[in-house]
Design a protein around this ligand. Structure first.
Ligand code: C2E
Ligand code: MG
Ligand code: MG
Ligand code: MG
Length: 287
């Protein structure tokens, strides 16, 4: 008489345990396993000069393809990697990929640069800096060919952001503030940061022509950038009308599906060589 409920509850307990174990397979654990298995790779999205479509460089973007073929967006796993203390290992891995994929290419084209995204703990630690210095020297890549992107949030979160950034800058690396306009940085704070440029967040580009407040805000950001002598790049440019508007507003660089999506290292090298600027670039800072 006790047998049947006993069996049922046994089954229930078994199901519960299986569920809990699966749940225990957290995103953090999966990232660790993904790192051990080498599941992360890097793709590159061209960044072009809006005026003529010349490609000057690109941005390295991490991709995670799991064994079953499914892709997980960096917007989902980067915050977890940051929270679980795994981001430095991941950033190391990404930097290794960048040099394995593009080291030779960059060494042979000293005016081409590549942007790498950094998280707060990457900015704080000397580890990223050491790895970049070492790999650059091995490959013969100049510091000015490496652009480090950090969001406003990252720069606020990072302790020692000021001094770390200054030391990157002193070593010749270039620095840009990513997703600009979405964070909380005050003008006064921004003016003290040793950065070379801003990347205008896609939300502003999306708002172009909508007559929304975003247009006004963008105008203010652009005059701020001009005052501070910063390069401006717009991200997420999908339509020619957006590009035209940005050009009219004096934005120099753009990145987006209108030009090219992110692609593997080989394709990126082909793209850059197919879109070299006709004339040498002015105003380039050199290490
Ligand atoms: P982000 O640094 O602002 O990168 C730009 C994102 O916009 C990329 O998404 C890119 O694929 C996407 N994008 C570019 N052009 C267009 C466009 O025309 N339309 C649309 N809809 N999207 C466009 P992705 O690769 O999914 O990366 C998302 C975010 O994840 C990045 O935003 C960055 O914050 C973070 N991330 C990506 N790779 C890395 C990395 O290697 N390290 C770190 N720390 N974060 C990374
Ligand atoms: Mg970025
Ligand atoms: Mg961005
Ligand atoms: Mg963004």
């Amino acid at each position: 008489l006790m047998g049947l409920p006993g069996l049922a509850s046994g089954g229930l307990i078994f199901w519960l345990i299986v569920t809990l174990v699966r749940r225990g397979d957290t995103m953090g654990a999966r990232i660790r396993r993904g790192l051990a298995r080498g599941e992360f790779r890097v793709v590159y999205q061209p960044i072009v000069r809006l005026a003529d479509g010349a490609c000057l460089g690109g941005e390295a973007l991490v991709r995670w393809q799991q064994r079953d073929g499914s892709m997980i967006s960096p917007d989902r796993f980067i915050p977890v990697a940051e929270a679980e203390g795994l981001i430095e290992r991941l950033t190391d891995e990404i930097i290794e990929h960048v040099f394995a994929d593009l080291g030779k290419f960059l060494a042979a084209r000293p005016s081409v640069w590549i942007a790498i995204n950094l998280s707060a703990s990457d900015v704080e630690s000397d580890r990223v800096r050491g790895r970049l210095d070492r790999l650059r020297k091995t490959h013969g890549v100049a510091a000015a060919q490496i652009v480090l992107e950090a969001t406003e949030r990252t720069l606020i979160d990072a302790r020692r952001a000021q001094s770390s950034m200054r030391s990157f800058r002193d070593a010749g690396y270039r620095l840009t503030i990513d997703d600009f306009g979405t964070g909380y940085s005050s003008l006064a704070y921004l003016a003290t940061l040793p950065v070379d440029g801003l990347k205008l967040d896609k939300t502003f580009v999306d708002g172009i022509g909508s007559g929304s407040a975003a247009d006004d805000v963008m105008g203010h950001i652009l005059s701020l950038a001009a005052t501070l002598g910063l390069d401006v790049a717009a991200e997420g440019v999908e339509h020619q009308a957006q590009a035209d508007y940005l050009i009219a507003r004096g934005v120099t660089y753009g990145q987006g599906w209108l030009y090219a999506r992110a692609m593997d290292g080989n394709a990126f090298c082909g793209y850059v060589d197919g879109h070299l600027p006709a004339a040498p670039l002015a105003n380039r800072r050199r290490a």
